[in-house]
Design a protein around this ligand. Structure first.
Ligand SMILES: *Cc1c(COP(=O)(O)O)cnc(C)c1O
Length: 383
């Protein structure tokens, strides 16, 4: 497989280059927590390499330091994002934590962040739990908020849950020498590759579209090798590495990612159009229908948000759609951001971020679109 292959081809084959040579067809799962080590001097040298965030060839020594199945997922996602390296964690929040700890450890604990962000990221930054401080800004306030101790600019596009798009090329210019971290969980590399638009760090909650079936928790940072070493150092020290079974499911998930995202996107677009016409629905947020878009996303994605006066009743009335947080699964999910995903963000900040009591967010899955519409329409009618 080479870079000249198309995206879908690379999604199927990435992280599997050596399988034929190994004489196997499916990705092997290595569950070892420890590995035989006979040469103490050699092992000592290798432990130092791992502690410095490097990846020496040969025995992984101990699962917290390195795991071959996790390394396959890292290589595959890095390939799809066009990044030098990937570093995988037990969850998206563990990945975000490692990025924050890495910049704070380098003496730059100040973060500039654009709201809205995922509720958990908003909470982690706002609480200062990891010793960082944050300045919240609009996209056009990024340049003015940068200080000598700013270590990171954090953005999410399309944003959660309003699906507002930010212009990454413009943000990367505004960030200047400060690394721009883009949370690409919603778009996935199928629709948007932030590094092509000037971001230096891409973060994913792999729990969502990358896994795609609602049965695996994980996170990953895709970046250059220099920053990868810094977050690997944090991972070795704090123990946030992804479990190898999760990595196996994620490599498998990547192979169907383009097909899943495009099919869900087609239904999401159709539902957004129909929601716009429904009398019980106010504003519909769907990137594919918005005006003046930055043009960095090749489609509108699989999430739709919309306003409706009795939002909680709609959630209670759906029958086929699952009322649940999270997103990116094969089945369609609906949730009320101001009660659930964005509860940990204060009320005033929620409202400033456009997250009202009347907002609902749907993550569209792979069901027949007519069945989804029938369910939504009956729930809206009954509300
Ligand atoms: C879910 C999510 C996260 C957090 O990931 P976890 O895997 O739940 O820790 C971060 N960012 C976005 C956009 C998310 O949707």
């Amino acid at each position: 497989m080479t870079q000249t292959h198309g995206f879908a081809t690379r999604a199927v084959h990435a992280g599997r280059d050596d399988l034929a040579e190994l004489g196997v067809h499916a990705v092997p799962i290595d569950l070892s927590t420890t590995y035989p080590a006979v040469d103490c001097a050699l092992e000592a040298a290798r432990i130092e390499e791992f502690a410095a965030g490097r990846q020496p060839e040969g025995s992984p020594i101990y699962q917290r330091l390195h795991n071959p199945t996790v390394a396959r997922f890292e290589a595959a996602l890095a390939e799809l994002e066009g990044a030098e390296a990937g570093v995988a964690f037990a969850s998206g929040m563990a990945a975000m934590s490692a990025c924050l700890l890495a910049v704070a450890a380098a003496g730059k604990p100040h973060v500039v962040a654009v709201r809205p962000l995922y509720g958990g990221s908003d909470h982690l930054l706002g609480s200062g739990l990891l010793g960082t401080s944050v300045t919240w800004v609009d996209a056009d306030g990024v340049a003015g908020a940068i200080r000598p101790d700013t270590g990171l600019v954090v953005v999410e596009t399309p944003a959660n849950p309003t699906l507002t798009e930010l212009d990454l090329a413009e943000l990367s210019r505004a960030a200047g020498a400060v690394p721009l971290l883009a949370d690409n969980t919603f778009a996935t590399p199928v629709l948007q590759r932030p590094i092509e638009h000037g971001a230096s760090i891409v973060l994913h909650s792999a729990t969502k579209f990358l896994g795609g079936h609602g049965d695996v928790l994980g996170g990953i940072v895709a970046c250059d090798e220099a920053f990868a070493r810094r977050v690997r150092q944090i991972r070795v020290a704090t123990g946030g590495i992804m479990h190898p079974l999760a990595a196996y499911l994620l490599v498998r998930g990547l192979s169907t990612l383009p097909v899943r995202v495009k099919a869900a996107q087609a239904s999401a677009h159709e539902l957004a159009l129909r929601l716009r016409e429904h009398p019980a629905v106010g504003e519909v947020h769907y990137p594919g229908l918005a005006e003046g878009r930055p043009g960095q996303m090749s489609g509108g994605g699989a999430l739709v948000a919309f306003a409706t006066p009795n939002a909680a009743k709609v959630v209670a009335a759906v029958e086929l759609i699952t009322p649940a947080v999270s997103l990116g699964s094969v089945d369609t999910l609906i949730q009320h951001p101001s009660s659930l995903t964005h509860r940990v963000v204060g009320e005033a900040d929620r409202h400033a971020g456009g997250i009202g009591e009347d907002l609902l967010r749907i993550s569209v899955g792979l069901e027949d679109v007519e069945d989804l519409w029938a369910d939504l329409a009956q729930a809206l009618d009954r509300s």
